[in-house]
Design a protein around this ligand. Structure first.
Ligand SMILES: [Zn+2]
Length: 163
């Protein structure tokens, strides 16, 4: 990897994802990060003050997935934010959370789907010097048969019901 360039594209295998916590809550209007226990029905205090009429806009979950990946040269941790994680999961963070709440196997299954899967990833050095991990800015599966996590867990649910 050339350290002078801020973005590199590599073929990477996902080794595992940190499934203990891959969501965070944000204001639906400004996407400011909110505390985890913030009610889903309320937007942030700033937006509530500013747009008195849209106080019902609420908050939403966004993906923030820490994962360990390997190139042919090394193993390292990267962070994947909402837009990119949606491509891996095939749904929004709220949709996945709703599914996983009813079907707790989904979180472990997400790891199983992604583990060992190859992606062409663009990695960028965080602009914020304090940020610890490289950021994944785009992700394209190498296998054309790759199916996003949500499709896999939905199918798994259907199979479990039949058995
Ligand atoms: Zn807001």
């Amino acid at each position: 990897m050339d350290s002078r360039k801020s973005v590199t594209t590599e073929i990477c295998a996902i080794l595992c994802i940190d499934s203990s916590n891959f969501f965070y809550r944000a204001c639906s209007l400004c996407e400011r990060t909110l505390p985890e226990d913030h009610p889903a029905s309320r937007c942030c205090i700033h937006c509530a003050n500013r747009y008195a009429t849209s106080a019902s806009a609420g908050s939403k979950l966004l993906f923030r997935v820490l994962m360990s990946i390997a190139t042919d040269e090394k193993v390292f941790n990267v962070i994947c934010f909402d837009r990119v994680a949606r491509a891996l999961f095939g749904c929004s963070a709220d949709e996945f959370w709703d599914f996983a709440r009813l079907h707790p196997f989904a979180t472990a299954a997400a790891n199983r789907v992604l583990e060992g899967e190859l992606f062409r990833m663009s990695l960028s050095t965080p602009k914020n010097g304090n940020a610890q991990h490289l950021r994944v800015t785009s992700v394209v599966p190498v296998r054309s048969e790759y199916r996003p996590v949500i499709e896999y867990v939905r199918q798994l649910k259907a199979v479990m019901k039949d058995s």
